[in-house]
Design a protein. Sequence first.
Length: 452
Amino acid sequence: MIKFLIKPFVVLSLCGFPVYAANTENATNQQIQNSLKADFDAAKTLFDQGQFNQAYIAFEVLLNRTPENALVNFYFAMSAAALKRTDQAIAAFDRVLMLNPQSVRTRLELAKLYFDMGEYALAHAELDRALNANLPDAVRTNVIDFKARIDKQQSRHSHARTFVLTFGYDSNANNDIGSGNNFALDGFGGLELSGNAEAEDYGFGQTLIYNHGYDFGQRGGWSLNSQLVGFNRLNKDYSQNNVLYLGALTAPTYQHDIYKVAFPFEIDRVYLDGKTYLANASVGASLEQLLSANQTLAAGYKLRSMQYDGDNTIRNAWSNIYSMSYRHAIGEKPWVLGASFSYENRQQANNAASDPASLTEKILKINANKVLTAHWRLIGSASFTTTDYQQENWLFANKRSDQITRIDLGGQYQVNRNSTLSANLTQAFHKSNQGPYEFDKTQVNLNYIYRF
């Protein structure tokens, strides 16, 4: 049986695969072994790059040439698992354990596969066997945590809570064009008016999120996923910008194989400076498809009712919102790349002489985050929003059209299993053909995130 020196070492040590140099007894054997090693290295490179379909084919060819090689069987199983070919993956993992019963890494990967399949008892058994081995303390802790997760998963109810504390800075709290800028009123012969001085402010925010899931008992079937969200932001100088947000969502969800369909119903309410401002209610549907182990495509539709309070009731409206998103994770410490697009058609509920509500809005967002280490992650995104209002404004003698470009950069540090520190910088550029709505702003947020 031919074995190869493969990095990282932890894979070999946890798998229990011994490593030794190619046999040099004769030139023919040397050529065969060199060829096998080169083909293995090429297949492993495909696997590391996330090209699992090509890796699966390459390891399958190697498996036909050297069926009793534990390392080839292991990576063939990993490639099959990534492609959701569970039968082939389980069979290959079993072959590895026949060749090397002490391969802890194989038992851990097999337990993960059983867990993803919902075969919790089988996953539990593999973890128990792994714990009988002489494991590093960190690995043993992770295995015990995995067992606890399985125990929790076997309950039909699941709970998750997140609490966030935020300290923020806003360079332009009142969204003004600035005292050094003027804007023209075209409807009055180009009369120019001056903007107000930009006002910076600091704020303190608190967010509490509670997620609940209920499995109706049919693995891969129906579940009910619900969420409650509360957010409160208090500002240092401008209390009129204080925001309280309360939201609730519930979504009957059906999952089968690589598809997940959800039918969310959502209500929320927004308060400004302690006064009711806006209430929303929406119903919709979404479809998510797993294209591969590291690629996801999703699409959705939402019908939303917007009900304003007080003098703003003229803005009451209905919206049809369509969305699509794509996500791709690349590598073992992945780059996670994503793109999303949404289109909203909003119509004012009641006809009025002025029409501040009817509009169409398009949003394109591109985001990326990179896992650097077990504790550090970098995050970045760019979004481009175009909003076109339907009614011509007599004051400016045109239809308002806004464009917003927003750049976000940030990082996260995982303090421990429950706590995360994060910081992000946002630069937003608001452009408009109507002067009062054209402004720029910079925001900085520092966050402490606790999950329990």
